[in-house]
Design a protein around this ligand. Structure first.
Ligand SMILES: CCCCCCCC/C=C\CCCCCCCCCCCC(=O)SCCNC(=O)CCNC(=O)[C@H](O)C(C)(C)COP(=O)(O)OP(=O)(O)OC[C@H]1O[C@@H](n2cnc3c(N)ncnc32)[C@H](O)[C@@H]1OP(=O)(O)O
Ligand SMILES: Cc1cc2nc3c(=O)[nH]c(=O)nc-3n(C[C@H](O)[C@H](O)[C@H](O)COP(=O)(O)OP(=O)(O)OC[C@H]3O[C@@H](n4cnc5c(N)ncnc54)[C@H](O)[C@@H]3O)c2cc1C
Length: 609
């Protein structure tokens, strides 16, 4: 499809989905499922995942009563317009202004520079009638920082932009199809007025007289919508990883190369240890991200209930966990999808493998909802704060509880003696805890050598990100272990999950061996025992690998991959797909008479001469 066709088709699908949700009707969970099967980014994502939650989280009761019924019935369509041409990560650096005019009781929204243009919001370019806009609030010449506002963008009769608003699509993005179904947009305000009651005022307020009343709760609650979406992105990482792994695993069982003596049957590529060493950790990651996603959903629900009761104690941890896990799982999944493409050899590069589009549509997850490095730095700040409070009497809780055992973890030596010890959950956990704590403490020690903490932080950014990743990996491993300790129906299933859990943990040890050795969390002998155990786990997973991806229960239609077909009938179907290509509509291609024939004839003539 052309971009215009793709966009229009996405509108058609979205509206059809909305119709089904209402007519059947579907529950929230079922609607979410429908979104997955629709399988295309579109304006509904931003309306439901960001616009509605922003009003719910930051609006007053009156604002919710006014706007939510309209939004819930989709009588208005909204998006989340925060990022600008000049600033995305640095939210405090946004330039759009919202200046209160006490004469008219309105805010005047303005884009003072080109870099202040809103740039990127999904659904903004062509669809949304409304947006939650983030802008600097100015009253009486004073800048109070960034706040949210509900703004109507387009005329409800003919969809034209309202006077004072310039709006459009930012253009084609990475890949063919992929995220181009979405109208990511730009927007400029030219002294555009909105009534005062359209500032989202649950947190801070502006009175009729123009007095600014600051929030009596943490101002970071304004970032709540991002926290909520980051949490869902972790579960989505598992879905995308599982999809790629399903394709690569099934195809690896079909594909044969080498290994035959005198014309016998060749080896299935899945039997090569190198293939297993690349593939099975990704299979394990798909399961691991699912379990940590379930736990994160619980954490998010818990913090939301606490916030409603004005208990803000766990907010920093919820922010660190959602930011860190969003970052870690999306980076691993993007890399994993690309690895799956390579695991499928040349055919993985074909569009009909399903992997190029999956990669193209998935990879912006490393950037949207917070650049992955910027988010790990938030985790690092949280860790440095926690380390600095050790010994102050305030015991670290939740995912940093292990830091409370700093004395032990800083000096303990791993008691792994034989390969099977690497299947001991306590020993594995302690190894990850020691590594994470030692990396965090080492950063804190290095930081303390700087007179200026912020300067020290800047200098140590790369180390801090590594410490943050180590902490996030510990969370994933620990939540997988907790899952195994819970009720799992069927001994066989439990055994398979156990194998995957230890593959996940041991492959991380192998991948980040430098960290584990340099922090003395393990010795090189213990590292080689871990490798030995890993190989043995691969052998145990091998006979069940295809069943473990079948368990994701993806239909062929959803996978959209010739290589990942359930029936394994890959080669005839590759031919069928090739023959569908428009280039094969004619035997002699368009352009032959114009370019190829004259070229060949010229050679023939010169040959005769
Ligand atoms: C064919 C295949 C198809 C595949 C389909 C797959 C199927 C998928 C199915 C469904 C998919 C649906 C998915 C939904 C998708 C939704 C689409 C998303 C679109 C993307 C939308 C966006 O990108 S919106 C814009 C997002 N922008 C950002 O994330 C900006 C990042 N920056 C920030 O968040 C902040 O600026 C910052 C955190 C980096 C820094 O903030 P600031 O400068 O204000 O703070 P400080 O560093 O000074 O910190 C102050 C203090 O506050 C704490 N803090 C910061 N943030 C938070 C927070 N959120 N909550 C709580 N506390 C916070 C910070 O830690 C500091 O604490 P101290 O104690 O003072 O240290
Ligand atoms: C597909 C897609 C959809 C989007 N949808 C929306 C939307 O609906 N609404 C919306 O408001 N926005 C949206 N965005 C914007 C998105 O949220 C931002 O692009 C994202 O937050 C990253 O910000 P940035 O572009 O400013 O990156 P930058 O911050 O400019 O990042 C550039 C580089 O600088 C590095 N960097 C930046 N700051 C630091 C630092 N402090 N320390 C170390 N390194 C740093 C980053 O790691 C990165 O390598 C979308 C983006 C994409 C790609």
């Amino acid at each position: 499809m052309t971009r215009k066709e793709l966009f229009k088709n996405t509108l058609r699908k979205s509206v059809h989905a909305w119709k089904l949700i209402n007519e059947l009707p579907l529950s929230d969970d079922e609607s979410l499922m429908l979104r997955h099967f629709m399988d295309q980014p579109g304006f509904l994502d931003l309306h439901w995942r960001m616009f509605v939650p922003a009003i719910k989280g930051q609006g007053t009761e009156e604002q919710k009563q006014k706007w939510l019924p309209l939004a819930n019935k989709m009588q208005i369509i909204g998006c989340y317009a925060q990022t600008e041409l000049g600033h995305g990560s640095n939210v405090q650096g946004l330039e759009t202004t919202a200046t209160f005019d006490p004469q008219t009781d309105q805010f005047i929204l303005h884009s003072p520079t080109q870099t202040s243009s809103k740039w990127w919001p999904g659904g903004l370019g062509k669809v949304s009638t409304h947006a939650v806009i983030y802008a600097r609030l100015i009253t009486d010449g004073k800048d109070h920082g960034v706040h949210g506002f509900i703004v109507q963008l387009r005329n409800m009769d003919d969809h034209s932009p309202l006077p004072g608003i310039t709006i459009g699509d930012i253009g084609v993005k990475f890949g063919n199809g992929a995220y181009n179904s979405m109208d990511n947009g730009f927007l400029m305000f030219d002294k555009f007025c909105i009534p005062r009651d359209q500032m989202l005022m649950r947190l801070s307020k502006v009175t009729r007289e123009g007095k600014y009343v600051p929030s009596d709760v943490p101002r970071q609650l304004m970032y709540g919508t991002m926290v909520s979406v980051r949490q869902t992105i972790v579960s989505n990482a598992s879905i995308a990883m599982a999809r790629a792994v399903c394709i690569a695993t099934r195809y690896s069982a079909v594909r044969r190369q080498f290994g035959s003596q005198n014309g016998g049957i060749e080896t299935q590529v899945i039997d090569y240890k190198t293939q297993q060493n690349r593939l099975f950790p990704l299979l394990a990651s798909a399961y691991a991200f699912r379990f940590v996603g379930e736990w994160l959903k619980w954490l998010y629900t818990d913090v939301t209930q606490r916030l409603e009761a004005s208990d803000f104690a766990t907010l920093p941890e919820a922010h660190a966990c959602t930011a860190g896990l969003k970052s870690m799982t999306t980076s691993a999944t993007s890399d994993g999808i690309e690895e799956c493409r390579k695991l499928c050899g040349g055919h993985g590069y074909l569009w009909c493998s399903g992997l190029p589009e999956l990669f193209a549509v998935y990879v912006p997850a490393c950037t949207y909802e917070g650049d992955n490095v910027v988010l790990q730095l938030q985790v690092a700040r949280f860790l440095m704060k926690t380390v600095s409070q050790l010994g102050s009497g305030k015991a670290p809780a939740g995912t940093t509880a292990y830091m409370g055992r700093a004395k032990h973890l800083l000096q303990c030596r791993s008691s792994i003696r034989k390969a099977e010890d690497w299947l001991n959950p306590a020993m594995v956990l302690e190894t990850f805890e020691a590594r994470a704590l030692r990396m965090a403490v080492s950063c804190a020690n290095n930081l303390s050598k700087f007179e200026n903490q912020e300067q020290g932080f800047s200098e140590l950014l790369a180390d801090l990100v590594e410490a943050a990743i180590a902490h996030c990996q510990l969370i994933v491993v620990s939540k997988f272990i907790v899952k195994l300790e819970g009720e799992i129906k069927g001994k066989g299933v439990k055994n398979q999950l156990k194998n995957l859990c230890y593959i996940y943990a041991l492959h991380l040890i192998h991948k980040h061996l430098g960290d584990f050795l340099s922090t003395n969390s393990i010795t090189s002998e213990q590292a080689s025992l871990a490798n030995h155990q890993l190989r043995s786990l691969y052998t145990q997973v091998r006979p069940n690998a295809v069943a473990l991806v079948d368990a994701f229960d993806y239909t062929d239609h959803y996978l959209g991959s010739v290589l990942g077909r359930y029936d394994g009938n890959v080669y005839p179907k590759l031919f069928e797909e090739a023959l569908k290509d428009p280039l094969n509509d004619t035997v002699v291609p368009d352009g032959y008479h114009e370019y190829i024939r004259p070229l060949i004839k010229q050679h023939l003539r010169s040959a005769r001469l």
